[in-house]
Design a protein around this ligand. Sequence first.
Ligand SMILES: [Zn+2]
Length: 343
Amino acid sequence: MGGFDEQRYSRQTRFAPLGVEGQERLATAKVVIVGAGALGGAAAVALVRAGIGHVTIIDRDVPERSNLPRQMLFDEADVAAGLPKAVAAARHLEKVNSACRIEPVVADLMAGNVADLLRGHDVIVDGTDNFEARFLVNEFCCRERIPWVHGGAIGAEGRVLTVVPGVSACLRCLVPEPPAAGALPTCETAGVLGPAVLVVGAVQALEAIRLLVGGPRAGDRLLVCDLWEQAWRTIDLAPLSASGCPTCRGGDYPWLEGRIGGRPAVLCGRDAVQVPAAGGSVNLAAVAERLAAVAPVTANAWIVRARVEADIELAVFADGRAIVTGTREEARARAIVSRYLGA
Ligand SMILES: [Zn+2]
């Protein structure tokens, strides 16, 4: 059972709280990272290097030039190639550790697919940039009793919350309702520094390892750091987790049950809107043929793209989603999709 390259991991197994037994556990563990951007990329590199046996990487987008200062899994060639982030990430990570099974998934996490995509993993790592996905993950994990590690970074500030359902506070204990659009600063409005995100992603990876090998009790503490001010603190969440949260105490799952969410989403840090699939997956060859009548098309196995109007690029994914780049207006994005795809 298991088995790992003892020499390769000798500096880890010498760390007594991990030991050989802990390394064996990592070698058989299955971790999913939701989002392959800055946080998810940092966590993925650390976890694949640490010897996790199976790492699933879910991402809905493609790398852009403005991602390169902080998204360490991608380089300029990936931006030029236009591969999905999940696929490009897997190609880099496979070179790092051939013993780790890396599974890329090009998809947007939604109520309709969250169970299929996350089920069967031992720990879930949040590398997302939006509250819709985070609430969905939180509810799924609370229902299925799977631990997960929430992370966020903005400017030079970061936060990490490890959620052990039934034991510690969950995301909804901390944030009762997702903030309204525009209510909080985003990496678009406040910017973000690469090293701050690396810190948060690294802490998330360590939390995942700690959860897997049964380190000291996790949870009920929120780590908040302001790296520009050199300030680190942990906030005790025990009073919150005792407060009767509707989700982790009451079994209320509005996002998971599709009562909230599923609308077009303006992508964080992008001049782009994602429009959900109208039906199921699409035939990309047929889409490419249709768009080729309008504008030159670039296509690969996952995405078809065309600059359909002077300021608008339309990208269609095999799962039926579209990303409209060049606008931040949901209505305009929907209109573009229906104009060119008839969805
Ligand atoms: Zn809760």
